[in-house]
Design a binder for this molecule. Structure first.
Ligand SMILES: CC(C)(COP(=O)(O)OP(=O)(O)OC[C@H]1O[C@@H](n2cnc3c(N)ncnc32)[C@H](O)[C@@H]1OP(=O)(O)O)[C@@H](O)C(=O)NCCC(=O)NCCS
Length: 365
């Protein structure tokens, strides 16, 4: 069903939509191009999911989140902007993640607001009461000079957590990983690190589920409203099947305490659609086992495993809460340098609807 404001038509599908293949055949390429144009503008190296990863996710169907894609077209059919709504399905039933991006040539005409309002309708229909979004801008650009941050303010969002993106240019300085490991080893006596590529060995799948749930309680959350995530082996396996369908490879390092108990992990991901980039996913050491340099040892082991299999990788991209001093220190020791400032934003859904209604009253035409 098209959603309409002025001459902006918003066309939607979702990972639960039985007709999503037909929607994709007609609209996916325009959806992706609009989203990429909007998200990339003004940024040197946006870490966008590649079209093949997106397409596979839509085809595969719902895993951790039901995902709605929204495409704004004008009356002549031109693609103006794109949005997505992520609705967590296992936990966080209060939350909708809504991101909108508008092709630069079509900005300041109300398209972003129209997409946001359509996204809010999807979220409200699913019973969600809070909305989260994100802005990403180069280091050195003030929030007031960045369209996404200005729009977020106009739409009633507040910054719930400040995040910094860092990148590590590869390969690391020769000898650096050995030096870091040697320096850390005395603090980690009795602990072991195991690494593997791809799906978790069966004996560790429950540990990965447990550690994934601890990510939602033990990593800094700022003012984000996230409630504890619910993970089990089935959810881990479903995620692995999806990643494989998306053309991704991944490496896991798992820390084991002296008694054999799993106490930390880290994951690096590489896409065959963008082989030059390694993406840092979760890293966690549970609170009770911090202070043993396990964060560093996990990252070094995982990076070695990934570089062994993808020797041509050019960089690692990672995001950390600005407040996460221990993780930031590990990353800086490895040679990561900041290049983008990220705002994680939240607000009550009805407050955003009211603010966007006010903006749209003036600009949607
Ligand atoms: C943010 C974005 C989607 C806005 O798209 P848009 O179609 O220009 O949005 P609208 O025309 O509906 O603008 C809504 C309001 O946001 C504010 N705004 C948007 N861009 C602005 C800018 N460059 N400077 C100042 N205010 C701005 C204004 O208050 C505007 O209302 P107004 O034009 O009546 O003053 C677009 O800039 C974009 O794609 N940015 C990159 C992705 C992103 O950051 N997404 C938003 C995450 S919250």
């Amino acid at each position: 069903m098209p959603w309409l404001t002025g001459d902006v038509h918003v066309l939607t599908t979702s990972t639960d939509d039985p007709a999503r293949a037909a929607w994709a055949a007609e609209h996916f390429d325009d959806w992706y191009a609009a989203q990429a144009a909007g998200e990339s503008h003004g940024r040197a190296d946006p870490a966008l999911w590649q079209p093949g990863e997106r397409r596979a996710q839509l085809e595969h169907g719902t895993v951790d989140d039901r995902i709605h894609l929204l495409l704004a077209r004008d009356a002549a059919g031109a693609a103006l902007g794109a949005a997505e709504v992520w609705l967590p399905v296992h936990d966080n039933a209060h939350l909708a993640i809504v991101d909108a991006a508008v092709v630069p040539a079509h900005r300041r005409r109300g398209v972003g607001t129209a997409l946001l309002r359509a996204g809010l309708d999807v979220a409200a229909a699913a019973g969600r009461t809070r909305v989260r979004s994100t802005t990403e801008r180069p280091v050195g650009v003030a929030a007031g000079d960045w369209p996404g941050s200005a729009a977020a303010t106009a739409w009633g969002f507040a910054v719930a957590q400040a995040v910094v993106r860092r990148q590590l240019l590869l390969p690391p300085r020769p000898g650096l990983l050995d030096e870091l490991e040697r320096a850390a080893a005395p603090r980690a006596t009795g602990y072991a690190v195991r690494t593997w590529a791809g799906p978790a060995p069966q004996e560790h799948v429950d540990a990965i589920a447990h550690l994934a749930s601890r990510m939602s309680t033990d990593a800094p959350r700022g003012e984000l409203s996230t409630t504890p995530e619910v993970w089990d082996a089935t959810r881990v396996r479903e995620g692995e099947v999806l990643r494989t369908a998306q053309g991704r490879r991944w490496w896991t390092a798992l820390a084991l305490a002296p008694g054999g108990e799993p106490v930390g992990y880290t994951v690096l991901v590489n896409s065959r659609h963008e082989p030059q980039r390694l993406l840092q996913h979760d890293t966690l050491v549970v609170r009770e086992h911090r202070g043993h340099r396990l964060g560093l040892l996990l990252k070094v082991a995982c990076l070695r495993a990934a570089l062994h299999d993808v020797p041509g990788a050019e960089r690692v991209t990672t995001w950390n809460a600005a407040s996460n001093a221990p993780m930031v220190a590990v990353n800086e020791a490895l040679g990561f340098r900041c290049d983008e400032v990220v705002e994680e934003l939240e607000a009550p859904l009805e407050a955003v609807r009211a603010a966007a209604g006010g903006v749209a009253a003036g600009v949607a035409r």
